[in-house]
Design a protein around this ligand. Structure first.
Ligand SMILES: Cc1ncc(COP(=O)(O)O)c(C=O)c1O
Length: 414
């Protein structure tokens, strides 16, 4: 059965709000998605019925938390098709997940990291800092100006000295989807690992961490209808076991002995090894509810819906003078977002302010934490670009209001 998009829209209570008498047009989901009532209800249930601590407390409320917490992990594992729920580690966000890998992965006798000029700063900087710390080398694959990659560049960059490749699966600035299957094949042929930054991919496309067979994947759950402050690290079990500790302390240990005046810890296997301290139980439960919510609609249907909206938006923008789309306009290789600049205004913030104030249309402006690609395009980060991103709760009327606002903006500013 095809999804009823009007009914789905009703799940997002915030869309009933008006600002200055105008209905909200929310086009900033690539930054933070809205939350359906199913996710809010799941979190409220935790606070209202069993707001206790999981794992440590064996009383009734504690047991209910532990059960809900592990059920949520199983839901996330199903969402990304992980072989084992224990390969899924809760984090605060995708950034923390990448930092865990960048800081804790052992390099052995390899000394090279490969990343790209299209990476979100969270995908590159943790590795840049690791390289500085340990005298490693970072090789940057330059994205083409349309946001795609030349596979030959990957073949040249990855060699037998490469320990890990950190690549953005779907770009938050051009929306382009990287050729992950080819990258994984090249990396694995050289014995290198691949971390796929799925912060933008996971909310909008069917996920399968086993095909292509990535070694690590990171999710930003607040971009996929889940609560803010939640992310996920997926890692293959043997790699997670072999990694150094990131944070340690309570809940990470099977035992801590005290012998001959020394404290000697015996750590638990993953995921506990990486989940130190009392956890965000409501956040995890809400994340599981978000995964279930999206799967119940169907990721293929969501992908199709967004592509349809994006097609209208891109076509409409192309028809407006002075608007320049960043990266390719070929929507068939894009996630549901379009980034652009307007040469009649002095900065992208003017675009966002005008659309917000005059039309209650909310877009993102700035350099989207991807300064290198803006420099590559000759755009100063302080001038930046504007980005409209679409999700399952947007409709054709939203796109039309956005385009109307854009036409008006260019009219008054040229
Ligand atoms: C591609 C990409 N990677 C990583 C991140 C960081 O995600 P988080 O805010 O969950 O740390 C973002 C956030 O916008 C992103 O778009």
């Amino acid at each position: 059965m095809l999804p009823d998009w009007n009914k789905i829209r009703d799940d997002f209570t915030v869309l009933k709000r008006t600002i200055n008498g105008k209905p909200i047009v929310y086009l900033d989901s690539a930054c933070m998605s809205l939350k359906p009532r199913q996710v809010i209800d799941a979190m409220n249930e935790y606070y209202e019925r069993f707001p206790a601590c999981g794992g440590r407390s064996i009383h009734t409320l504690g047991t209910e938390v532990s059960n809900a917490y592990s059920a949520a992990r199983e839901k996330m594992a199903r969402f990304i098709n992980a072989a084992h729920p224990e390969e899924c580690i809760w984090t605060r966000n995708a950034t923390e997940a990448i930092n865990i890998v960048a800081r804790s992965l052992r390099f052995g006798d390899r000394s090279k990291i490969v990343t790209t000029s299209l990476e979100h700063h969270s995908g590159s900087l943790p590795f840049v800092e690791r390289a500085r710390r340990d005298g490693l080398h970072v090789k940057v694959v330059k994205a083409q100006d349309d946001g795609t990659f030349d596979i030959e560049d990957w073949k040249q960059a990855i060699d037998n000295d490469t320990r890990i490749v950190s690549v953005v699966h779907s770009s938050n600035v051009t929306g382009t989807v990287a050729p992950l299957r080819d990258i994984v094949e090249i990396a694995h042929d050289h014995g290198a690992l691949v971390l796929s930054d799925d912060a933008q991919f996971a909310p909008h496309h069917p996920m399968d961490v086993q095909s292509p067979d990535v070694d690590f994947s990171v999710l930003s759950i607040h971009k996929m209808c889940g609560p803010s402050g939640m992310g996920l690290l997926y890692g293959k079990m043997d790699l997670l076991k072999d990694m150094d500790m990131f944070l340690t302390g309570g809940d990470t240990v099977a035992d801590v002995r005290f012998e001959n005046g020394e404290i000697i810890p015996e750590y638990l296997p993953p995921p506990e090894k990486f989940e130190a301290g009392l956890q965000n139980y409501a956040g995890a439960i809400g994340s599981g509810a978000a995964a279930d919510y999206l799967l119940s609609i169907g990721m293929r249907e969501i992908e199709k819906r967004e592509r349809k909206l994006l097609t209208i938006a891109v076509k409409g923008l192309e028809e407006i003078d002075h608007v320049h789309i960043l990266g390719t306009e070929n929507v068939s290789i894009k996630t549901g977002l379009v980034t652009f600049r307007v040469d009649t205004v002095s900065s992208a913030h003017d675009v966002a302010t005008f659309l917000n104030d005059e039309y209650a249309v909310m877009v993102r402006s700035g350099a989207h934490c991807v300064h290198p690609f803006h420099y590559q395009q000759g755009i100063k980060p302080s001038i930046g670009t504007a980005r409209a991103s679409f999700y399952l709760y947007n409709n054709e009327q939203d796109v039309e209001t956005f385009l109307e606002g854009m036409r008006q903006l260019v009219d008054v500013s040229s």
